[in-house]
Structure formats: structure tokens, C-alpha cells
Design a protein around this ligand. Structure first.
Ligand code: SF4
Ligand code: SF4
Ligand code: SF4
Length: 275
């Protein structure tokens, strides 16, 4: 038996949009605009890059009449591509950060350049440029809207935009993991400093190594209690999985140090690992 699962309306609307990710519709990208149309919160005539043909496509899907473009969002026009005057560019990277489809290459303090085949003509790199060295040059003659743009180009732009969003989410998670690891390290130092002087067995007072181990064990015990208290308050460490290689190396070095000292970390109630 074949089960047909029909796509949600927002996805079918998104499939019809040009994917330049230009924000001219009033939404941060094509997908949120599609969602707004599906929710009845936006009209289907707000996309200048799609132009009249784009409106006709949406009207057919929605079973509504073809209406004129709402030009308060911009005019339908021949598609431009961005061109950087490389003699003026100061390599500030602001255009790269603004480009929704990663069509600009360059590095800090080096000349930047646009890969024309990847440029959707969205204009978003122009305003941030502090030296005004980006020009939008029309490249499609009289052809406008969907006559100046193809479905494969739209599909490619959508894929590139999705990849960029995923990369930004990964970078954000990594930055948070690093910040949490730094905070955890600071908390560990503070806990060790706050740790009360341990009661040491009289038989060990003459053994400096045993005394050292007892002090460290007491500090670890204190840190474990603190961790449990924080967890009860919902303030336990976050993003502790998939930490960076550098942070993992620090953790491994600390473990090795503990093993060298003959110390075992107190049992972690959340640790089900049996080794
Ligand atoms: S191409 Fe631009 S105006 Fe059209 S839906 Fe996408 S972001 Fe909005
Ligand atoms: S290079 Fe500029 S105009 Fe082209 S897609 Fe990137 S931000 Fe938009
Ligand atoms: S924003 Fe302008 S100056 Fe800065 S890197 Fe881009 S093109 Fe060069």
C-alpha cells in the first residue's frame, strides 16, 4: 500500500518562491514569508524577485486571483549581481557576514570578491560596506522576475542558505559550549579555594603525599556537592557534549592528572558508564 503524505502548505508555498533570501517581502528569508502566507498573516504579492509570474504561481496554489505586486516592497526588475571594486575594498568582511547564500569570498584585511554564479542579486551586501565599493550590475537584459531566474538557481540558493543557517547554529552552540567550559573551570577553581580544610587522619599527617591526596579528595567532594546543588536549581552545565577538541584535551589532561595522583573522582550519579 502506498501512503502519500502531502507537504504542509507553508512548504508548498516556499517551493514556489525564488529563494534570493533578499528580505524585501518584510520577512528575514523566503521560508518565514511562506509560513506567514500559510498562516494568513501576509499577502502573496510581496515578493519583487518573483514578480508577476511569482504571484501567478502562488495564486494558482492558493486558489486565489492574480493580483499586482505590492510595490511598497520593491519593483520587479532585471536581476543584478554584486560587483566589488577590489581597489577600494578594505577587507572588513561586513559584506560576507551579510550575504545570505555565501556568495562572497575573502578574508579579514584582504580584498573580497563576489562569485557571480552564486549571487542572487539580493542587495544585502551593499548597505554594510563602509567604503561604498559594491555595485549592483543588471545582468539579464530586459528579463525580470522568474524570466531572469531559474528553478535550479532557486534550488541552489535555498540549499546554500540552509547550509549557512546550519553552520551559524553550530558555531553558536560551539561558542556556548566554550563559554560553559570556561565557566565550569572558573567554578572548579573557586570551589577548590572555598573547600574547608579536610579532617586528615592522624596516621597520614606525616605523609605529605597522603595529605595532598586528602586535600584534593575533599575539594572534589565539595565540587560534587556544589554540582548537585546547582543541578537541583536547574543551573547545571549545558552543552557539555560535543565540546571542542581543545576543551576535550583540557578535560583529558585533568583526568590524567587525577590518575597520576591516584585520585578517583567521586561517583557521578548521572554516569552510567561501567568501566
Ligand atoms: S525572494 Fe526575497 S522577497 Fe521573495 S520571498 Fe524570498 S526573501 Fe521574500
Ligand atoms: S553577493 Fe551581495 S547581492 Fe549577491 S547574494 Fe550575496 S549579499 Fe546578495
Ligand atoms: S564590506 Fe566593502 S570594504 Fe568590507 S570587505 Fe566587503 S566589499 Fe570590502
Amino acid at each position: 500500500m502506498t501512503v502519500t503524505v502531502s507537504k504542509p502548505l507553508a512548504e508548498r508555498i516556499e517551493d514556489l518562491l525564488p529563494q534570493t533570501q533578499c528580505t524585501k517581502c518584510g520577512y528575514p528569508a523566503c521560508r518565514p514569508y511562506a509560513q506567514a502566507i500559510a498562516a494568513g498573516e501576509a499577502n502573496y504579492n510581496q515578493c519583487p524577485p518573483g514578480g508577476a509570474k511569482g504571484i501567478a504561481r502562488l495564486a494558482a496554489l492558493l486558489g486565489k486571483p492574480v493580483i499586482p505586486l505590492d510595490v511598497t516592497h520593491g519593483e520587479e526588475r532585471p536581476r543584478p549581481v554584486a560587483v566589488i571594486d577590489e581597489n577600494v575594498c578594505i577587507g572588513c568582511t561586513l559584506c560576507m557576514q551579510a550575504c545570505p547564500v555565501d556568495a562572497i569570498v575573502g578574508a579579514a584585511k584582504q580584498m573580497h570578491t563576489v562569485i557571480p554564479e552564486l549571487c542572487t542579486g539580493c542587495d544585502l551586501c551593499v548597505p554594510p560596506c563602509p567604503v561604498d565599493c559594491i555595485a549592483m550590475i543588471p545582468v539579464t537584459g530586459d528579463a525580470t522576475g522568474w524570466d531572469a531566474w531559474s528553478q535550479p538557481q532557486a534550488d541552489d540558493a535555498r540549499t546554500r542558505h540552509d547550509r549557512r543557517i546550519a553552520r551559524q547554529a553550530r558555531e553558536q552552540a560551539l561558542a556556548e559550549a566554550r563559554a560553559n567550559a570556561r565557566q565550569a573551570a572558573r567554578d572548579g577553581v573557586a570551589a577548590a579555594q572555598e573547600a574547608p580544610t579536610p579532617k586528615v587522619d592522624e596516621t597520614t599527617t606525616e605523609d605529605p603525599e597522603a595529605k595532598k591526596r586528602a586535600i584534593i579528595q575533599a575539594a572534589l567532594e565539595h565540587a560534587r556537592k556544589k554540582k548537585e546543588e546547582m543541578a537541583k536549581l536547574g543551573a547545571g552545565p549545558k552543552n557539555t557534549e560535543h565540546v571542542s577538541a581543545a576543551v576535550q584535551a583540557q578535560i583529558d589532561a585533568a583526568d590524567a592528572r587525577r590518575r597520576r595522583l591516584g585520585m578517583n573522582e567521586p561517583d557521578d550519579p548521572n554516569d552510567n558508564d561501567s568501566h
